[in-house]
Write a protein that binds this ligand. Structure first.
Ligand code: NAD
Ligand code: 0WE
Length: 259
């Protein structure tokens, strides 16, 4: 049985009730994990209030700000993990960002700073969080990140995010190799397109979703809950032999040649 009782799980990337991270947090909670939440703070504290209300039913024992571009905030978040839990078993990395201008038009014209921002937030943050989490994963652990097919194939307009996801998937392999001897597993879930805050801000996402509904073997898209269930599996002992992998949760779309 899938059982996460007694496991401490830190979940990043919840912005609202459509976030993939919210689907994951709910399934981890259902499986019995203790939940800790980090959120991206804004100046007015609006995000803090919104996310706090949303996650209340999960009784999070940790609720801390963490902008992954700020090393001090990352350290403070893991200091509170150390204080409250003493140990962490599960880390969910479920965030990405590129400037909106860099998700359309010419990839060749991506600015140096836009490229750096996308890779800092979407790729380097996994490396950094793993480095800080490692000493706290004293009984082994499982780290899961979210990626997209645009890191392997050219998907129109995904542009610099494709390079960020390619780097993310390769980071998963290097991290899995390095943390494996400490019994820490690192895997990625490659989700099919889902309507979320991030994806809805992208022009043409609805057409893309309709395309997947026509072509994917299951003739539909996937839900946050389905991604959450796969994350729960990857965080549980049921997947104890799996590390360094990218698992597609995409209704089968990735296998198709005439996509
Ligand atoms: P979302 O907008 O709900 O989540 C993105 C999160 O990133 C937000 O919670 C936001 O606060 C956070 N974030 C952005 N910049 C940050 C920073 N500097 N520090 C900390 N947090 C920051 O959208 P989502 O679709 O749930 O995205 C979650 C993950 O899933 C991303 O990695 C995305 O690439 C991936 N993904 C999404 C889809 C999709 O179609 N929605 C498909 C495959 C993979
Ligand atoms: O990884 C993502 C979303 C990434 C994303 C989205 C935004 C929109 C708003 C990163 N940064 C931003 N910045 C913003 O200002 N997905 C997998 C969803 C997605 O995004 C696409 C897609 C799909 C699918 C962009 C172009 C084409 C397809």
């Amino acid at each position: 049985m899938l059982d996460l009782t007694g496991k401490n799980a830190l979940v990043t990337g919840i912005a609202n009730n459509r976030s993939i991270a919210w689907g994951i947090a709910q399934q981890l909670h259902k499986a019995g994990a203790n939940i800790g939440i980090t959120y991206l703070p804004d100046e007015k504290g609006k995000m803090e209030k919104k996310v706090a209300e949303l996650v209340e039913p999960l009784n999070p024992s940790i609720f801390v700000p963490c902008n992954v571009q700020d090393d001090d905030q990352i350290q403070a978040a893991f200091d509170s993990v150390q204080d409250k839990w003493g140990r962490i078993d599960i880390l969910i990395h479920c965030l990405a960002f590129a400037n909106k201008d860099d998700l359309s038009g010419s990839f060749a014209e991506t600015s140096r700073s836009g490229f750096a921002t996308a890779l800092d937030i979407s790729t380097y943050s996994l490396v950094k969080l793993c480095g800080v989490a490692k000493p706290l994963m004293s009984e082994g652990g499982s780290i899961v990140t979210l990626t997209y097919l645009g890191g392997v194939r050219v998907i129109p307009n995904y542009n610099v995010m494709g390079i960020a996801k390619a780097g993310l998937e390769m980071s998963v392999r290097y991290l899995a190799s390095e943390l494996g001897p400490s019994n820490i597993r690192v895997n990625a879930i490659s989700a099919g397109p889902i309507r979320t805050l991030a994806s809805s801000a992208v022009g043409g996402i609805l057409d893309m979703i309709h395309h997947v509904e026509e072509v994917a073997p299951l003739r539909r898209t996937v839900t946050q809950t389905e991604v959450g269930n796969t994350a729960a599996f990857l965080c549980s002992d049921l997947s104890s032999g799996i590390t360094g992998q990218v698992i597609y949760v995409d209704a089968g779309y990735e296998i198709m040649g005439m996509g």
